[in-house]
Ligand binder design. Structure first.
Ligand code: AMP
Ligand code: ZN
Length: 113
């Protein structure tokens, strides 16, 4: 089972900030900004490439959850960045789809090193 599925099942600890039937959100273990949250579907979807028509509502829901978390953490107005890494060139390390929510400071231009 993957790391994020273990978090969903409560077999690995996480600092959870949001949870419902379909989605979970928790603090990234190695934050790249003052606020760095990972928002994941509870369903094990490996990469963005594995999304199907049936996931449309789920993905829309995830963005509404992201918006809600940004409001609750007080970064909605100052601003934030949402990103998804896909496969090797995208820098994906955990093969369970996740959305990074980053904020809490000016993030500057998006740099691809
Ligand atoms: P990615 O490179 O997009 O696959 O990002 C994976 C992210 O998961 C990285 O930012 C890691 O710091 C984070 N991460 C890995 N293991 C854990 C964990 N057990 N709890 C929280 N975040 C994690
Ligand atoms: Zn998984």
């Amino acid at each position: 089972m993957c790391v994020f599925c273990k978090i969903v099942k409560g077999e690995l600890p996480a600092k959870v900030v949001y949870e419902d039937e379909k989605v979970m959100a928790f603090h990234d273990i190695n934050p790249q900004a003052p606020i760095h949250i990972l928002v994941i579907p509870k369903e094990h979807i490996e990469t963005l490439n594995d999304l199907e028509e049936k996931h449309k509502e789920l993905i829309g829901h995830i963005f509404l959850v992201i918006k809600k978390i940004a409001e609750e953490l007080g970064i909605a107005q100052s601003g934030y960045r949402v990103l998804v890494n896909c496969n090797r060139d995208g820098g994906q390390e955990i093969y369970h789809l996740h959305f990074h929510l980053l904020g809490g400071k000016p993030l500057g231009p998006m740099v691809c090193r």
